[in-house]
Design a protein around this ligand. Structure first.
Ligand code: ATP
Ligand code: MG
Length: 358
């Protein structure tokens, strides 16, 4: 079924590289995807495939020696009656330190990290940090911001919210810190919440509570969520559509049903095979996806042709090791970057489709 919700973020051919003395690391190497308003999206792939750097690029928080080299990230803003017509801003053209970018970051787009201490300052109370964020983005007094913070704290399930806001991060448990960070991320009603492995540092019970909380908040507030995770069990619970990344690119886009019941890319199939049975106890412990044969090639030396061909059981010699596969659309909502699906390259045809991108 075609999704008719308007686009919120359109990422197109995004490249974010790290310039090191040893060479150039192509952390994100031509990523394209669209997230629609209110859509929950999962991003999966082995360690180092560029999930976090894609998220950081959207937030404009890639640190040197990394930088966005090319491509575009378009944010479609909702019209607000007061002062702003609906418009489209090109994030890659904005100065990361500019006031406008600071207002987008933590305002329209906010992020929850794996480790809460990445975004919570240890020397300020959790409440004061959220109050600060609210007063930066909204024209409210400090008292109103404090009241709002207490409201958000109860919404994210903080016990004794009026007291907890005056605590320092180290005085809270891991789960409570994660709730404080989610509260901070939600404090300015983001249109997009990026959650980068938000539960991997938590025990299974707390993880289940935080996931339930995020699901409820998404239903209530209707924001889009980009959920980055190693855990395909979490993907199944939390998301509608999934981007599978390999070596800095999206190699398959599929609805969560297609991902589990009709995966196309050989890499996606291997990822699915590498996880414990869904619903088993171990599935909740976020296993690292390391059981795929071979290892991810060195980031300085991306293989010619399809970057996955040295590890692929379906590799077509003379095709996959020569030509970079184009993106092939399958049905309304599935796309795959693999030669097996370009008709002329089906085994035995001998014909090679020239590289095209869509
Ligand atoms: N500061 C940095 N300097 C150099 N290379 C970096 C830096 N940060 C990331 N990279 C490289 O960029 C690539 C993508 O990294 P990224 O953090 O996006 O991976 P990831 O998919 O989020 O992995 P994980 O699942 O382990 O979090 C990796 O090869 C990584 O080594
Ligand atoms: Mg990461």
């Amino acid at each position: 079924m075609i999704d008719t919700r308007p686009p919120l973020i359109e990422v197109e051919d995004l490249k974010t590289y790290f310039y090191l003395d040893e060479g150039v690391v192509r952390a994100v190497d031509g990523v394209s995807f669209t997230i629609r308003r209110g859509q929950t999206v999962g991003v999966v792939g082995e360690s180092g495939c560029g999930k976090s750097i894609t998220a950081r690029s959207i937030m404009q928080i890639v640190r040197p020696p990394g930088r966005i080299v090319s491509g575009s990230i378009r944010l479609h803003r909702e019209p607000t009656a007061a002062d702003r017509p609906g418009d489209v801003v090109e994030i890659t053209r904005m100065d990361p330190m500019s006031k406008e970018m600071r207002l987008i970051r933590g305002g329209e787009i906010s992020m929850v990290f794996q480790e809460p201490m990445t975004s919570l300052s240890p020397v300020h109370t959790v409440g004061s940090q959220i109050i600060e964020a609210i007063t930066l983005h909204q024209p409210v007094s400090r008292e109103d911001a404090r009241r709002l913070t207490i409201e958000i704290f109860s919404k994210v399930g903080m016990q004794q919210p009026a007291r907890t806001i005056d605590r320092y991060p180290h005085q809270l448990s891991g789960g409570m810190r994660q709730r404080a960070m989610i509260a901070m991320a939600l404090s300015c009603n983001p249109s997009l919440l990026i959650a980068d492995e938000p539960t991997t540092a938590l025990d299974v019970t707390t993880e289940a509570q935080i996931l339930q909380l995020m699901r409820n908040l998404q239903k209530e507030l209707g924001m889009a969520i980009m959920f980055i995770t190693h855990n395909l069990g979490v993907v199944a619970q939390m998301t509608e559509i999934v981007f599978v990344m390999y070596m800095g690119r999206v190699v398959e886009t599929a609805t969560v049903d297609d991902l589990f019941y009709d995966p196309k890319h050989p890499y996606t199939r291997l990822l699915l095979r590498s996880i414990p049975k869904l619903g088993s106890k171990a599935a909740g412990t976020a296993p690292r996806l390391e059981s795929i044969r071979g290892t991810v090639p060195h980031p300085y030396a991306i293989p010619k042709g399809c970057p996955f061909h040295p590890r692929c059981g379906d590799m077509i010699p003379g095709v996959c090791d020569v030509v970079d596969p184009p993106l092939v659309k399958i049905g309304d909502s599935q796309e795959v970057r693999c030669h097996l699906y370009t008709p002329a390259n089906a085994p035995g045809s001998g014909e090679v489709i020239p590289l095209t991108t869509t």
